[in-house]
Design a protein around this ligand. Structure first.
Ligand code: COA
Length: 386
C-alpha cells in the first residue's frame, strides 16, 4: 500500500442557501480544492451524498458532477451511507490512491436540503424504515432514546444531565463563532439551550444539528507527489469503517456506540497509535448526546465520563482535547452527505496551521469520526502532518 496525503481542500459556506443548487455547491467546493492542490488533472472522483433523489429529485451524481466540473470521461462514483456518505467516500478515495490504481483523486460530499422537500421524512430513510420510520420515530426521537438510556445507565439526575449536555452545544457554538463557513456564528449560553423548544425529551432545539445546504471537497495523492508541492504534507495514517444493527431495538446497549468503537479500533491499529496520541477531533455531533457517546466509544473517556467533557472545559480550543473546532454539526451545520468530507477539511486546515482564530497550537495529529443514522455505520480517519 502506498502512503496517501491530502493535497487540497475546499468547501462552500454552509447554511440555508436558497439561491444555489446541488451541482453548483459541489462544483464550487471542487474548484476550490483543485486550486488549493494546484492540479488540473484527475484520475477519478467520489461523490458522497445521502439522498439527492428525495431532496433535489436528482440521482446519477457521479456523471452529473464530472460533467459540470468539465472532466470529460472521468470515472466518477456516488457513495451513500446516510450521514456517513462523505466519510465513506473519503475512505474509498484513499483506498484507490493507496492501491496504486490512481494518483490524483477528488473526494467530495454534498447535500442540498432546503428544496421544499419533507426533510424529516427524507432523513428517516437512514433509520430502519420498516421498523422505526414506519412507526413514526424521527431522528431527534432516536437520539432522545439514546440520551434517556445514557441518563438511566449512568444514574445521572435529569436536571444535572440536562445542564451538562447543554455545555456541548454552548462549546460548539463558541467554536462556530470563529468559523466563517459556519451556518450559525452566534454564541449561546446554557440558558439559551435549556429554554429552547423541546423537540424530543430530553433534547431541545439547541441540542440538534440544523438542516443545511453545503459541499466540501478534498484532493488525494501519493505522498511522493505531495512532497513536491511545497506545502505541509498531511498524511492519512489510519482509516477504519464499520456497520452495526440499524434499528435501536436490535442493539444490546443503545447508550454504547459499538459501531464507532469498531471503526476506531481499525483506524488506531492501522496508524499504530492510541487515543492519547490525538491532538484534536472532529466528530459527529448530530445531537449533543452523540458527541458524548462518540467520545467514549473513541476511547477518550471511560463509559459515563464524557458527559463532563465540555462541562469541565476539556473539549474547548485550548482545552486538553479540542473537539469540533469547526463548530461541529451543531453550529457549522450538517448537510448530511457533505459532513464527513468537511470534517477532513477542518483537520487538514488545523494540521497545516491555517485555522486562524480556531487554531489548535502545535496540532500534529487529528481524528475525524463520521456516523450514519443512529449508529448503524461509522467511518474514522486519522491524519498526521509530517
Ligand atoms: N439549532 C439552532 N437554531 C435552529 C436549529 C438548530 N438545530 N434549527 C432551526 N433553528 C432556528 C432557525 O434558524 C430559525 O430561527 P429564526 O426564527 O431566527 O429564523 C428557527 O430556529 C426556526 O427554524 P425552523 O427551520 O422552522 O426549525 P424547525 O422546527 O423546522 O427545525 C429541527 C428544527 C430541530 C426539527 C431541525 O433542525 C432538525 O430536524 N434537525 C435535525 C436534523 C437531523 O436529524 N439530521 C440528521 C441527524 S443524524
Amino acid at each position: 500500500m502506498r502512503e496517501v496525503a491530502v493535497i487540497g481542500v475546499g468547501m462552500t459556506k454552509f447554511g440555508e442557501l436558497w439561491n444555489t443548487n446541488l451541482r453548483s455547491l459541489f462544483v464550487e467546493a471542487a474548484l476550490k480544492a483543485l486550486k488549493d492542490a494546484g492540479v488540473d488533472r484527475l484520475d477519478s472522483m467520489y461523490v458522497g451524498c445521502m439522498t439527492s433523489g428525495l431532496f433535489a429529485h436528482q440521482e446519477h451524481l457521479g456523471a452529473l458532477m464530472a460533467d459540470y466540473l468539465g472532466q470529460k470521461h472521468l470515472p466518477a462514483y456516488r457513495i451513500e451511507s446516510a450521514c456517513a456518505s462523505g466519510g465513506l467516500a473519503f475512505r474509498l478515495g484513499f483506498i484507490e490512491v493507496a492501491s496504486g490504481m490512481s494518483d490524483i483523486v477528488l473526494v467530495g460530499g454534498v447535500e442540498k436540503m432546503h428544496t421544499g422537500a419533507d426533510v424529516t421524512d427524507a432523513l428517516s430513510t437512514a433509520s430502519d424504515s420498516e421498523y422505526e420510520a414506519f412507526l413514526g420515530i424521527t431522528f431527534p426521537g432516536l437520539y432522545a432514546m439514546i440520551a434517556n438510556a445514557y441518563m438511566h445507565k449512568y444514574r445521572i439526575p435529569y436536571k444535572e444531565f440536562r445542564e451538562k449536555l447543554a455545555h456541548v452545544a454552548v462549546k460548539n457554538h463558541e467554536h462556530g463563532s470563529k468559523n466563517p463557513n459556519a451556518q450559525f456564528r452566534m454564541k449561546i449560553t446554557v440558558d439559551t439551550v435549556l429554554n429552547s423548544t423541546l423537540v424530543a425529551d430530553p433534547l431541545r432545539l439547541m441540542d440538534c444539528s440544523p438542516v443545511t445546504d453545503g459541499a466540501a471537497c478534498v484532493v488525494l495523492a501519493p505522498v511522493e507527489i505531495a512532497k513536491k508541492l511545497g506545502k505541509p504534507v498531511v498524511k492519512v495514517i489510519g482509516s477504519g469503517a464499520a456497520t452495526s444493527a440499524i434499528a435501536l431495538a436490535q442493539r444490546d446497549d443503545i447508550a454504547w456506540l459499538d459501531v464507532v468503537e469498531a471503526a476506531a479500533k481499525r483506524a488506531y491499529d492501522m496508524a499504530k497509535i492510541t487515543p492519547k496520541d490525538i491532538d484534536l477531533v472532529e466528530l459527529h455531533d448530530c445531537f449533543t448526546i452523540a458527541e458524548v457517546c462518540v467520545l467514549e466509544a473513541l476511547g477518550f473517556y471511560e463509559p459515563g465520563g464524557a458527559i463532563n467533557a465540555a462541562y469541565n472545559g476539556d473539549t474547548y480550543i485550548g482545552g486538553k482535547l479540542p473537539v469540533n473546532t469547526s463548530g461541529g454539526l451543531k453550529a457549522k451545520g450538517h448537510p448530511v452527505g457533505a459532513t464527513g468530507v468537511a470534517q477532513i477539511v477542518e483537520i487538514v486546515e488545523q494540521l497545516r496551521g491555517n485555522a486562524g482564530e480556531r487554531q489548535v497550537k502545535g496540532a500534529k495529529r487529528g481524528l475525524a469520526q463520521n456516523m450514519g443514522g443512529s449508529g448503524a455505520s461509522s467511518v474514522v480517519h486519522i491524519l498526521e502532518v509530517e
